[in-house]
Write a protein that binds this ligand. Structure first.
Ligand SMILES: *Cc1c(COP(=O)(O)O)cnc(C)c1O
Length: 392
């Protein structure tokens, strides 16, 4: 696939070609664990990586490979690796850089499980993380130690929609010879391409917008070819977070409409954020598309649109937040995000219930905070649903 095609063309075509044997236009689901070689010499050459070819799905599979090529084309990376889930991508990608004695500088504004992995699993392996509570590049710089081997962050972040300076953090990494890694799940490559801003590696929960239909888990790492090869041969080999061919096929199908879905998600979210920010029962709305969001200008520079994740604080705290949750009719009370359907979660009683209250408040996850993943239904129906839910 030619690299100079537009994003929309790459989303449809990259990584996929008609089957050379049957002409099947859609990528087959290679539901096979193992692949036969013509003779012992060829088998040895494939195992020794002297010759391309497949041997065992944990090391590679044609359906997974098509998805890897598509994601690499969309993120503009040399190579990509797909994994069983977003967390498999994050843990695999971090373990590709970090060994005992190493140190990570990470944003504190992170997806909960990614925070946990850095906070509790890296120390088991003799590595450590410093979490930076501020969004300023200078504060990340202060956290760097002589053994820092990775800078890790998310933008926009979950669930408070902080916007971090991707180019600034990438430059900080370059200055110190430290790789930078961004979780690009909330934006997807349709809205934001961190590698073009200087970042070394991008990770995804493909479960979200890439798949887009809430029906398959998956993850992806996009980065330099040599590093991706190391992940396959050193990390996935031993930790085994391999994606199923069927899920790869669902995600391939999902990505073909990513460039159509994202603008619809974003337009709905902008309308809803504006409605909420005018509502008397709403204390605060976190959405980077609102001019008063502290990251608005930065988001405008580094994103094509502002995404479709919103969080808002209902006046009256925990009880009010729960009331809104209980009254919605179209929004599903469900975790996850990036689905065509609109979803709603009350963070304090669900995703953040294990976090001590003072720590939770420091993360911006207040008692009444409700998070929306805005789907692609009609904006007027979604707004009417929230309006009646707030009318308690
Ligand atoms: C969901 C999510 C993850 C984890 O992905 P899974 O596919 O659930 O393992 C990581 N980062 C972000 C930002 C997410 O939203």
């Amino acid at each position: 696939m030619q690299k100079n095609y537009q994003f929309e063309t790459l989303a449809v075509h990259a990584g996929e070609a008609p089957c050379p044997v049957t002409g099947a236009l859609d990528t087959p689901i290679y539901q096979a664990t193992t692949f036969a070689s013509a003779n012992s010499e060829e088998m040895a050459a494939i195992y020794g990586e002297e010759q391309p070819g497949y041997m065992y799905t944990r090391y590679g599979n044609p359906t997974l490979h098509a998805l890897e090529e598509k994601i690499a084309a969309l993120e503009g990376s040399e190579a990509a690796l797909v994994t069983a889930s977003g967390m498999a991508a994050i843990s695999t990608a971090i373990l590709g850089y970090i060994k005992a004695g190493d140190h990570v500088v990470a944003s504190r504004s992170l997806y909960g499980a990614a925070y946990h992995f850095l906070d509790t699993k890296l120390p088991r392996m003799g590595a450590s993380t410093t979490f930076v509570g501020s969004l300023r590049v200078a504060d990340f710089e202060k956290a760097i130690q002589p053994n820092t081997r990775l800078i890790y962050f998310e933008s926009p972040s979950n669930p408070v929609l902080d916007i971090l300076d991707i180019e600034g953090l990438a430059s900080l990494g370059h200055a110190g010879g430290i790789p930078t890694m961004v979780d690009n799940t909330f934006a997807s490559p349709a809205l934001q391409r961190p590698l073009g801003l200087g970042v070394t590696t991008v990770v995804h929960s493909a479960t979200k917008y890439l798949c887009g239909h809430g029906d398959a888990m998956g993850g992806a790492v996009a980065g330099p070819k040599e590093y991706i090869s190391l992940l396959v041969h050193e990390v996935i080999r031993d930790f085994g977070g391999v994606l199923s061919p069927f899920n790869a096929w669902l995600i391939l199908r999902g990505i073909r409409t990513l460039h159509l879905r994202m603008p619809a998600h974003c337009a709905n979210a902008q309308n809803i954020a504006e409605f909420l920010s005018r509502h008397p029962k709403v204390e605060r709305v976190n959405y980077p598309g609102l001019a008063r969001h502290p990251g608005h200008e930065l988001a405008k520079r580094q994103m094509k649109a502002f995404g479709a994740m919103i969080s808002f604080e209902v006046k009256g705290g925990y009880e009010s937040g729960k009331k809104v949750m209980d009254r919605v009719k179209i929004f599903a009370r469900a975790a996850s995000l990036g689905d065509t359907r609109s979803l709603i979660v009350h963070s304090a009683s669900t995703s953040h219930r294990a976090v001590p209250r003072d720590q939770r408040l420091a993360m911006g996850v207040t008692d009444g905070l409700v998070r929306l993943s805005v789907g692609i239904e009609a904006a007027e129906d979604l707004i009417a649903d929230l309006e009646q839910a707030l009318n308690y």
